[in-house]
Design a protein around this ligand. Sequence first.
Ligand SMILES: Cc1ncc(COP(=O)(O)O)c(C=O)c1O
Length: 363
Amino acid sequence: MQRANIKLTRGVPPVESFPNDQIVQCTKTVMTEYGTEIQQYNASIGFKPLRQWIAGESNTQPEQILIGQGSLQLLDLSAQLLIQPGDQVFVEAPTYDRTITTLRRAGADILGFALEKDGPDPDEMERALKAGSRPKFAYLIPDFQNPSGTVMSAEKREAVVALAEKYNFWIFEDSPYRSLRYSGSELPSLYSLLPERVCQMSSFSKTICPGLRVGYMVVPLELVKALAKMAEDTYINSSYINQAIVFDYIRRGWLENHLAELKQLYSQRLDTMLACLDRHFSNRATWTRPEGGFFIGMQLNPQPSLHLLLENAARADLQLTDGRGFFANGGGENFVRLPFCGLTPEEIRQGIDRLDQVVSGLG
Ligand SMILES: Cc1ncc(COP(=O)(O)O)c(C=O)c1O
């Protein structure tokens, strides 16, 4: 019998985490309660009760909340609005691969800053700024970064927003994992440090389910009208039915309980993966020990032949992501992203065991 493929590729939530029965109940309720209102075309900024709730959580006004079909869509709109071909954007290296694609499509000249264990080095950013770099914005993932799992330190958060203020660029703070902290304590968001310069994105993809496609952005007043117009001209509005379902789910108090369940489920999977890495890789690799989120970032030492690593892994029924996709300016041949939430503890054990065999086989 053929053994199952283990996919260390996609950082998606596991289907067993989806609150299906509750979503069915919320769907029935909102179709009855809001009826035709949510079935009609609507304002592009999104369903007001949900915007009001998000504004309360973010300590801002509902007028500054834009809801979209996932947060990635809002980043795409922002890139279209702000970037002219050749404009520079600062990112972390590594960073979320889809963002690299989105920014490239808008014509951005992407400059990656090496991630240290507590975020990119603001001094290095300032050196680039002093040398003439004028980024339109910096795209940063300060909490449980995708793909590395790092958290930006409080000092670096302060330093990075100070640079945005001094050199006059926007920051896009992408925070889909911020509420999935399994240990340690929360640090101030970049948005809370400089609300007039930071767009903060998040979504319900990782906290309820991605299929609803409900994400949002907290937008400085200066940008909100132009972004809402861009959204209206592009897709009129994203689904109010789905946004009302999310609102009803929250209104019933279910999100809080669900988050507690998710944290329990995911922290066990994280612990399992860390224990497996300690057992199999202690003298051949370094990796992060995240306090939340979905990913562990691992560097193999010495650098293997990437081609052989991916090919031999596939032969061993193990799918790995090509690490180079997370680096905008090259590198990543020895970087392996290890998503731990979407696999059962047994799949994690088998996956890391197979990875050990593949890396050992490379000599
Ligand atoms: C850093 C980051 N941003 C954005 C997204 C996409 O989120 P959404 O489903 O809200 O579009 C992801 C999904 O994996 C992600 O890891």
